[in-house]
Design a binder for this molecule. Structure first.
Ligand SMILES: [Fe+2]
Ligand SMILES: [Fe+2]
Length: 123
């Protein structure tokens, strides 16, 4: 399995988790909380590993530098949204209103990574 397949699998896993969280109703506070904690840990770990393994080396190339810097900014925005969500009570309607903002940003970011940054010369 190539490292890109691994990244893609990680992206799919996060998307699935976000979808599950959104499907849960206001009353499923405990389950939402546990899925959200998992999502948070995984997204942060994923971003850190990506930065170390790919972003840093890709910064040295003119053709990828800009995309990588943009990707890093999005990692920061994702982390900020995760923090904001952590500060809101899960039973609060505001939480469920804000969550799609995170999902949309993460999905947009992953789409860009897969189409621009991690476009691989796979045979
Ligand atoms: Fe990323
Ligand atoms: Fe990623």
């Amino acid at each position: 399995m190539s490292i890109y397949t691994f990244i893609h699998a990680d992206h799919e896993k996060a998307k699935e988790l976000m979808h599950k969280i959104e499907q849960l109703g206001t009353e499923s506070v405990e389950e939402r909380n546990s899925l959200f904690e998992t999502l948070k840990k995984e997204l942060i770990l994923h971003a850190k590993s990506e930065e170390m393994a790919f972003y840093d080396p890709l910064k040295d190339f003119k053709s990828t530098k800009e995309d990588v810097e943009h990707g890093e900014e999005e990692h920061q925005d994702i982390e900020m949204l995760l923090d904001q969500l952590s500060d809101i009570q899960l039973e609060h309607t505001q939480w469920r209103k804000k969550f799609p903002e995170l999902r949309e940003l993460v999905e947009h970011h992953m789409r860009e990574e897969e189409s621009e940054i991690f476009q691989t010369p796979e045979k």
